[in-house]
Ligand binder design. Structure first.
Ligand code: SAM
Length: 290
């Protein structure tokens, strides 16, 4: 397998990925540059817009010569003068960006080629968004989700990132999953959904804290793993779309402020079913009771 890589500015990433997709190059990987911040409400982070990132492209070519032609097409399409690197990678290197994650509940998150006896698997190829399954909050949410049966349930995944939480719910028989994020995560959510043969996952791009959600239907289950402040700012939206006995899973809370966040959610008609904590990260399983 060949890997073509070159430096681009993160502020142009969506435009570049779209143009590469138009010339048949949809298999890409880059690490989103995040800046972590700490405040009273826990940690926050933002994507660093004006930062250079290494974009890796995996073309479907058989020989170096073929790849050199692809590089010319990339240069023309993106109007790039910078150096473009070409390397041949073996199976081992290809696996390197993503080690399987054992959720310790009989499930693993792994690349499609991974086969493990006696495990159920979420097929997954990280594309750069948050939600590779490595973070404590993602893992704790998934352990709650994979323990449930979502038959006939409609699920709304707020701050979906890679879409992994919604994909987990769909693998546990959800009737429909809507994955919502402030960033355009459509390509990677749909890619990971397809790796799991799922056709009932949709993507919406919105800021949950600011925009109203145009909904024609209610959701039985809502996930939100963004942060305490964002969760509180989203409660009006959540209350308007969640069924009266709906389940709300909240993560991204930190131990020094989660009780305050919970109190403010509780008065809106939610009760605590269970809670889990990994390091400083707290995840709440809540049920609406109005
Ligand atoms: C901590 S990640 C969680 C990703 C994934 N759901 C998981 O559990 O691993 C938070 C996600 O929320 C998104 N996000 C942050 N602020 C948001 C907002 N105001 N509205 C919608 N999405 C937001 C980010 O782009 C990011 O993908």
């Amino acid at each position: 397998m060949f890997e073509i890589s070159f430096i681009i500015n993160h502020s142009n990433i969506e435009d570049i990925l779209e143009k590469l997709e138009e010339i048949g190059l949809s298999s890409t990987y880059y690490e989103t540059p995040f800046q972590v911040t700490i405040d009273n409400n826990g940690y926050g982070y933002y994507e660093k817009e004006d930062e250079d990132v290494l974009l890796k492209v995996y073309p479907d070519c058989e020989s170096e010569d073929e790849c050199l032609k692809v590089i010319d097409r990339i240069k023309n399409t993106l109007k790039l003068d910078e150096d473009i690197n070409l390397s041949e990678i073996n199976e081992g290197n290809w696996q390197e960006p993503f080690e399987p994650v054992d959720l310790k509940n009989g499930w693993v998150i792994g690349e499609p080629s991974l086969t493990l006896e006696n495990y159920k698997k979420i097929n997954f190829e990280p594309q750069g968004s948050f939600g590779t399954g490595l973070h404590e909050t993602t893992q704790d949410m998934l352990r709650f989700i994979l323990d449930l049966d979502f038959s006939d349930k409609k699920v709304l995944d707020l701050g979906a990132g890679s879409g992994i939480l919604g994909i987990g719910a769909a693998l546990k028989n959800a009737a429909k999953v809507v994955a919502l994020d402030i960033r355009d995560v459509t390509m990677e959510v749909m890619h990971n959904a397809a790796l799991n043969n799922l056709t009932n996952v949709e993507v919406l791009i919105k800021d949950v804290t600011k925009e109203k959600l145009e909904v024609k239907e209610k959701y039985d289950v809502v996930f939100i793993n963004i942060g305490g402040e964002e969760t509180l700012a989203s409660m009006e939206l959540i209350n308007s779309v969640i069924e009266s006995n709906g389940i709300l899973l909240v993560s991204g809370l930190v131990e020094w402020s989660y009780e305050e966040v919970f109190k403010q959610i509780e008065v809106q008609g939610y009760s605590l079913v269970k809670k889990t904590k990994s390091n400083e990260w707290v995840t709440l399983f809540l049920q609406r009771s109005i």
